[in-house]
Design a binder for this molecule. Sequence first.
Ligand SMILES: [Fe+2]
Ligand SMILES: [Fe+2]
Length: 194
Amino acid sequence: MNGKTTVEAVSATELLRGDHRRIRELFSDFESVDRETKNYIARTAIDEIELHTLLEEKLFYPAVRSQVEEAGELVAESVEAHHLAKILITELKVIPYGDRYHAKFSKLADTVLEHLKEEEEVLFPMVEKSDLDLQELGLEMAHLKMRAVSKRGMGFRSVGLGRAAAILAFGTLAAFGVALFARSRSERFAMSER
Ligand SMILES: [Fe+2]
Ligand SMILES: [Fe+2]
């Protein structure tokens, strides 16, 4: 141990499945909460999706593309699915909260849910049967996640929520960390709208 932060060992696909579970839970929560809370849930889900997309596009997809030849087409389809989600997220970031925002967020949820299902039912099993070292890749992804969360967390240390980044980075209590992080983002977002 060299004094640096360490992350829990987890396989790449398990790490991604964990992200999927949290994203699904947020989509489900969105359906059942009041209008005010929907805005907060939507912002939280968008943060989760963006972080997850970063991990897949920076590390997971390139590794799969280079080492699991038969998965090339599925990776290309996944990148397109991400592209569609990004377009909706870009729009969600500039329109005000309200019926149209909620309708657009529901469309994002439909798009993302379909993509998660495809990854879990087709892409991940294919990758898990391959020779790709998922433990090594998982470690790399966990480190990237830690760095990304820490970077995003820097902005809210002043309001006492900096611990959220560390909690999430360790891969434990991730949902709690994201909630704090998202609340901070949501507060900053609301401030910037004033
Ligand atoms: Fe994906
Ligand atoms: Fe995914």
